[in-house]
Design a protein around this ligand. Sequence first.
Ligand SMILES: Cc1cc2nc3c(=O)[nH]c(=O)nc-3n(C[C@H](O)[C@H](O)[C@H](O)COP(=O)(O)OP(=O)(O)OC[C@H]3O[C@@H](n4cnc5c(N)ncnc54)[C@H](O)[C@@H]3O)c2cc1C
Length: 481
Amino acid sequence: KKLTEERKVIIVGAGIAGIAAAKTLHENGVDDFVILEGSDRIGGRMRQVEFGGVKVEIGANWVQGLGNNPIWELAQRYNFSGKISNYDDVIIRNKTGSDVTEQAEGAWERLGTAQESLKALRKKIRENKLPDVSMRVALKLGGWKPKTPIEKAIEYFDYEFEYADPPEVTSLNNTGRNSEDFTDEEYFLTDQRGFGHIVDRLSSEFLSPNDTRRQLNKVVQTVNWTDAGVTITTVDGSTYRGEYGLMTVSVGVLENEVIDFTPDLPSWKVEEIYQFRMGQYCKIFLKFPRKFWDNSEFILYAGSLWPQYAIWQNLEAPGIFPNGTNILLVTAVASEVQRIELQSDEATQQEVMAVLRNMYGNNIPEPESILVPRWLTNPLFFGAYSNWPIHVTARDFQKLAAPVGRLYFGGEATHPRYNGYVQGGYLSGIDQANAILKCMQKGICQSYRPDVSKGTSVAPAVFAVLLLLLLAAILVVYGYI
Ligand SMILES: Cc1cc2nc3c(=O)[nH]c(=O)nc-3n(C[C@H](O)[C@H](O)[C@H](O)COP(=O)(O)OP(=O)(O)OC[C@H]3O[C@@H](n4cnc5c(N)ncnc54)[C@H](O)[C@@H]3O)c2cc1C
């Protein structure tokens, strides 16, 4: 195909990882890059849309970790409005609508006790390098296995709502890697500029409004990688050649083979791509003519249809949207999401209304509108965020991020400490750009060799130079030169 552009670095994806990577290159004197983004906007999974008179976040919404978190620093720098939440303002209703919050106290206590035991087991596993187990195993060993609708609802609130996957498939060892940075409080962002404004601000620091290095609607189709560089083609027939390539697409995109790699990715890389999985998370927004629900921030439905529609958020709780906004948010996760995404919005509306009538009676109004985002069936994402698989070690993250030839890999899933989170995407972009810079400017290039025990090795070129130096030294010692 005719060559469209030749650049030093080609970045695939303009989510926070791709933009942070490009900014890092720019700050280190490398401006010869292009960012290829498949959609018509930057920001990726940080996305706000207009709904019911306000702008709501259909992707990332919480700044998670108000301690050592660069995203929290940026949110403060840009003066983002939102609400600090500690998830304490909760009411639980059963399938006939009775308030069973008090009845749940014993269950919360038992879950809390099991969580203490879970933490102790995690510590033991880490200290003694024992095999990882699932959260389910750890909870059961701590004396917790939910049986009643109340128990199921509160477990769902603590686990699926966070990890987008059930405790059965979530790693004990990996969750909590970042717990020192994650406080009990998190920030629910309501700023009408959107969470993605962070990406806009970062990009405006080094890209002009019509900068041709940010190319939208460029869906990457093939990636040819070698030790000398990459050649990338897009669906519209353009071809780009670069000395370096950086993929920041989700692990879901890599798993679904929408991008064709030549030569095939090595088996150690394929192993990692399929070891990780995308959690599923669907935020359903409903706009009503009037508010009829509880004032609490969270409303848990402990109904018989569990786990359908268990977690409701009152978006009129203090600090969120003004009274009269009349918007409820219900979150579906894990296996529920596929069913919801594949059915019509009308079918979903009927299901959620059945649950709301159970909680609030038959006299509640129908919603004026419903918003069902579809991340799983979107071929630019194939899911919400990477989960924390059982048995994954720091080395697996190194392998997922390790380059093949001159093709590097970033994005939230590759960050060993904050995978799944916005800060994971951001930090991975910076890390991978630094790895490219090190290779480009110092000749120290990361590579993964299945037979080498450490995750990185010195590039062949550096080996050759060292060998020549050694030879020269020997010749000098023996008086040949
Ligand atoms: C519903 C939901 C809720 C979430 N909640 C939170 C939260 O509350 N807090 C939090 O910290 N995180 C949350 N996350 C996760 C967070 O949004 C992500 O971890 C982060 O935004 C990922 O950034 P990234 O740059 O790694 O990937 P992405 O944002 O996915 O960027 C990759 C880019 O690549 C593009 N792309 C894909 N395929 C191609 C192709 N073939 N060609 C060209 N371009 C392509 C995509 O369009 C995308 O723009 C949530 C995510 C979702 C979906």
